[in-house]
Design a protein around this ligand. Structure first.
Ligand code: HEM
Length: 522
């Protein structure tokens, strides 16, 4: 009956039109559209193949995997070695087929990197774009935002990283480092090795929560890890894992896999932490508004987000605020944890360098009854600064970033069409032997004032460069200096002879099997 009454609906159409006729026309339009799309795709693919035909890159291209099958696994020492080998073969830039249709340009030279990072070209978020896989987690926060929205957020948030705001954070860095030192005391007494990345992550998480969000959780004392920190580790690993598995690009497939379902659960968890942080801050802002005895002298990052208004007096939505909080929570703790942990590893490996760091600290702290660092000390720690830079060259905390051209782009006499994606392979650039002498060795002196003055400004870019450089770079450098200084001043770091960390070149540089070190009290 329902079917008949449906057919009777044809009375509703203009005379001469029938349901069957409309269906036929619809099918014809659909078939026409599919044929058009296939033909268009075919010509586009032929064109792209032609454009990239003469671009240097690995010759062995598989019809399905492109060049992905040449990468041994995702991670580990083999992956790093294979990258270094490719760079010695193609020391300026090369192309890489990620699957059958997706091609990437990869820059490993300062001159190419400068051309790309000089622009405000967006980050790729299309179907094959690397940043799409981070969107369910970070949304269009500052890291992935583009166009006017990005410039507006950047303008809004830049004051939160002003020198005057950063200065009092030194007390937070000292305090968080003191808790870490206290936690490590029984480890030092036991003589056993411990996993560094985990405890350092908790310390940097504590720091970012307190500095950017005025949120104290005492998370370091509450345990060896925090569900948030664990979730972030898994989210960022899955982000880069998915980028290397083209069959996981369609959401419908990815979320059917156990890894996809875990990604979703972790997103829910980190979002709930961010919402909790926002709720708490809103409540305390309200309280301060009604209080006449507020002692706060500055607006922190979250205050800026909560009180921001555009020219029409409109504030940010709850989702926009949460995206920024998620972005800063991630960028603000995982990257610094990676830098500090790998630097500790390098110091344990090079005892002579560790001794030099200690000698500098002893001279700066001489005559004091505390090893807390003061703001003015940071500039005096010249050797430690060189060690930090060399550490971020050698174990680049953010190994890759990407951009997508919105217009045709000329590179080394060749024109690449709008839509082309390009990756700045920072790890590769930092180990390019046509740029660095002995790139596989740990030599802090290469960052002496005299040597730095001779460097190309795009040769060393751990914080990226150009308009989309890292907004938190001074915050990060100060935090690294204080935490490393206090750790090295209190404890001697040594390698665990039974453990060799396997580098994992993911969204953030990690170790597949952790970084195990031994410490003893000085
Ligand atoms: C050692 C520590 C750090 C390293 C190596 C690092 C590195 C980077 C890099 C390479 C980028 C460019 C990303 C891209 O182009 O996709 C970036 C962007 C960014 N970083 Fe950092 N970062 C560090 C610490 C921090 C900290 C502590 C914060 C916040 C407190 C932060 C917040 C951000 C944000 C929000 C962006 C996006 C900026 C924009 O696009 O305007 N980072 N960082």
């Amino acid at each position: 009956m329902a079917f008949l009454s449906f057919l009777n609906m044809s009375n509703l159409f203009p005379r001469g039109w029938t349901i069957t006729g409309l269906l036929n026309d619809g099918v014809a339009v659909l078939v026409g559209y599919i044929i058009y799309s296939v033909v268009r795709f075919f010509f586009w693919y032929q064109y792209i193949k032609k454009v990239f035909k003469d671009v240097p890159g690995p010759k062995d291209t598989h019809w399905l995997y492109g060049n992905l099958h040449l990468l041994p696994g995702n991670t580990g020492e083999d992956f790093v070695e294979s990258n270094v080998k490719t760079i010695s073969e193609f020391p300026r830039y090369y192309r890489m087929w990620n699957g059958p249709f997706n091609v990437l340009l990869i820059s490993v030279h300062p001159e190419i990197t400068r051309k790309i990072l000089h622009t405000s070209e967006p980050k790729p978020t299309s179907f094959t774009g690397g940043y799409r896989f981070g969107l369910p987690w970070l949304g269009r926060g500052l890291l992935i935002a583009e166009g006017e929205r990005w410039s507006q957020s950047r303008r809004l948030l830049t004051p939160a990283f002003h020198f005057d705001i950063l200065k009092p954070y030194i007390d937070v860095y000292n305090d968080a480092a003191n808790i870490l030192l206290e936690k490590l005391h029984p480890v030092a007494m036991s003589g056993k090795s411990f996993e560094v990345f985990q405890v350092v992550s908790l310390c940097t998480f504590d720091v970012i929560l307190r500095c950017a969000f005025s949120y104290s959780t005492d998370c370091q004392r509450k345990g060896d890890t925090h569900p948030y920190v664990q979730a972030v580790k898994d989210l960022s690993d899955t982000w880069s894992y998915r980028g290397r598995k083209p069959y996981l690009y369609p959401d419908i497939i990815f979320y059917l896999t156990s890894r996809g379902r875990r990604f979703k659960r972790n997103c829910d968890l980190v979002h709930s932490v961010a919402e909790d942080v926002i709720k708490n801050r809103r409540a305390s802002l309200d309280q301060q508004e009604h209080s006449t005895t507020s002692t706060r002298k500055y607006l922190d990052f979250l205050d800026i987000l909560l009180t921001a208004k555009d020219e029409n007096g409109k504030g940010m939505t709850q989702l926009e605020i949460r995206n920024e909080v998620d972005t800063f929570l991630f960028e603000g703790h995982d990257t610094t944890a990676s830098a500090i942990s790998w630097i500790l590893y390098s110091l344990a490996k090079h005892q002579d360098i560790q001794e030099k760091v200690l000698a500098e600290l002893d001279s700066v702290l001489e005559g004091r009854d505390t090893d807390n660092l003061q703001w003015n000390d940071l500039n005096k720690l010249e050797y430690l600064t060189m060690v930090i830079k060399e550490g971020m060259r050698d174990h680049c905390p953010v190994p890759f970033i990407q951009r997508q051209f919105t217009k045709d782009f000329e590179l080394e006499g060749k024109t690449f069409p709008a839509g082309t994606c390009v990756s700045i392979h920072m790890f590769g650039l930092h180990h390019n032997e046509t740029v660095w002498e002995k790139p596989m060795e740990f030599i802090p002196e290469r960052f002496s004032k005299e040597n730095t003055a001779k460097m190309d400004t795009y040769q060393f870019v751990p914080f990226s460069a150009g308009p989309r450089n890292c907004i938190g770079q001074h915050f990060a450098m100060n935090e690294e200096k204080v935490i490393l200084a206090k750790l090295v001043h209190r404890y001697k770091f040594e390698l665990d002879p039974d453990h060799r960390p396997k580098k994992k070149v993911a969204t953030v540089m990690r170790s597949d099997n952790g970084i195990m070190l031994r410490i003893s009290k000085r």
